[in-house]
Write a protein that binds this ligand. Structure first.
Ligand code: ATP
Ligand code: MG
Ligand code: MG
Ligand code: MG
Length: 439
């Protein structure tokens, strides 16, 4: 993409309404524009990051054997009356009446709808196990929408639902989700720690939240510092392997890590003092096993091996796709702007032309651009007629991991400059070598 033809409405001033750094940087970098309280338009740069995150989530879900689909945003109130949650959910639910006076709602989550789909089409244990998921906009009329996309009212969520014959099978689905989430967040350059949590309005006993440590996080967390040394890395997982998933879960959940809702001071105090940490965290996902809560209420039953009709065991599993954009920035920025992890960056590299209109510089930039595109690496080429300082400031603000700086003086010596956004280190090298380094 050439910057002169792109739509990147960068703000010079720091917006006064934004209280936390990710919100400020998303506004300044032209990623989002508020449409109304807690509701945002995703401008081109923000939309690219959102899509990259969504793609990672999809890839890791499919890798774990989960099946993508899409349910609507608007739901009928009738299903929620069946489960008993229509009244229980309270004012966070946006209720809508259509022209025929039918009660509708903008879905805050989809347990009821997926259970209805399941019971309409599945009636035998032979069709289990089954895990379906979608990535769809949700609406929750939050009391205090704030921090930009972190606590929106409209937000993008991946929500998945497992259906199993037995509790053991459903617990394997739970473990499988935990493992696949570890991998998902690491691909985004994040450390998200699974912590024992409280199940809230979803119900159920087993639940973990995934938290990214950040001072601006809304959750209070307590953990054993040893947990932050754990890395998922590139280990190979067979998601059908019950013992392997169980052992990864044990590895990542055996140390103390809890949110304030389930915090146990006595257990915490048993950890050696130098390892005890209390901090703030951002909830970027949560997994639940809730047994037959919805299948009982809504009659989602299958015939088991003995011919009996039994309710299925279920769980639900969410990832805050749009919140992650903010969470990644909270975890990765400096005073100049965002520092995108390679896995989610909107463009792989920026090309800065120090002398637009200089025949050699223009040609060298174009050649770099073409070589990177050929490799499947999309660059953002700053071809505007601007001062070098302004071009650098824009690149630093929008946080692309690499910048290639091209100017007539360097080209006389056959070199361009490659700069890492994270370390700030620059190196001169021939253009071809810069391309190879990024490949
Ligand atoms: P929170 O405690 O922050 O209100 P939650 O526990 O109500 O979140 P879940 O029902 O667990 O949310 O939804 C799954 C994920 O969706 C959360 O882990 C979070 O990442 C994301 N999410 C929830 N509410 C919002 C929101 N208002 N704006 C953006 N993302 C959200
Ligand atoms: Mg909530
Ligand atoms: Mg929560
Ligand atoms: Mg939650």
């Amino acid at each position: 993409m050439r910057l002169s033809r792109y739509f990147l409405p960068v703000l010079k001033e720091t917006p006064a309404e934004a209280q936390i750094v990710s919100h400020r940087l998303m506004l300044r970098a032209g990623m989002i524009k508020q449409a109304s309280a807690g509701i945002y338009s995703w401008l081109p740069l923000g939309y690219k990051v959102l899509k990259n995150i969504e793609t990672i989530v999809h890839e890791e879900q499919v890798r774990a054997g989960h099946i993508p689909m899409l349910m609507p945003t608007l739901q009928s109130a009738d299903l929620w009356r069946e489960s008993g949650r229509y009244d229980a959910y309270g004012p966070e639910m946006l209720r809508i009446t259509d022209r025929h006076e039918r009660d509708m709602l903008y879905g805050p989550t989809n347990e009821e709808m997926i259970t209805d789909i399941f019971r309409s089409h599945v009636s035998s244990y032979k069709d289990l196990p089954l895990t379906l998921y979608h990535i769809q906009w949700k609406f929750r009329d939050e009391r205090r929408p704030r921090f930009g996309v972190m606590r929106g009212r409209e937000f993008l969520m991946k929500d998945g639902y497992n259906f199993d014959l037995t509790k053991d099978d459903a617990l394997h689905a739970y473990n499988r989700h935990l493992v696949s989430y570890l991998r998902t967040y690491e691909r985004m350059g994040l450390q998200a720690i699974p912590m024992r949590a409280d199940s809230g309005p979803i119900g159920g006993d087993d639940t973990h939240e995934f938290l990214v440590l950040a001072e601006t996080g809304e959750s209070e967390v307590f953990y054993d510092s040893e947990i932050t040394d754990l890395k998922f890395g590139d280990r190979q997982i067979d998601y059908d392997d019950v013992a392997q998933c169980q052992s990864v879960l044990e590895e990542f959940t055996s140390r103390y890590a809890r949110t304030d809702e389930t915090h146990d001071a006595a257990l915490f105090d048993a950890i050696p003092e130098d390892r005890r940490r209390s901090a703030r965290g951002i909830e970027v996902g949560q997994i639940f096993y809730f047994g037959t809560k919805y299948s009982d209420a809504m009659g989602a039953k299958v015939v088991d091996h003995d011919g009996n009709r039994v309710p299925v065991h279920m769980g639900s599993h969410g990832i805050g796709v749009s919140r992650l954009v903010g969470a990644i920035i909270e975890a990765s920025h400096d005073d100049k702007g965002i520092i995108w992890p390679e896995g989610v960056t909107p463009f792989h590299a920026g090309i800065v032309n120090l002398k637009q209109g200089d025949a050699d510089a223009d040609a060298a930039c174009q050649a770099l651009y073409d070589s990177l595109m050929t490799l499947g690496l999309e660059p953002l080429y700053d071809d505007r007629d601007e001062r070098a300082g302004a071009k650098f400031a824009t690149m630093d603000l929008i946080g692309l991991p690499w910048r290639i700086t091209v100017g007539p003086r360097g080209l006389k010596n056959g070199v361009v400059e490659l700069t890492s956004r994270r370390t700030g280190e620059s190196e001169e090298m021939p253009p071809e070598q810069a391309v190879t380094r990024l490949a």
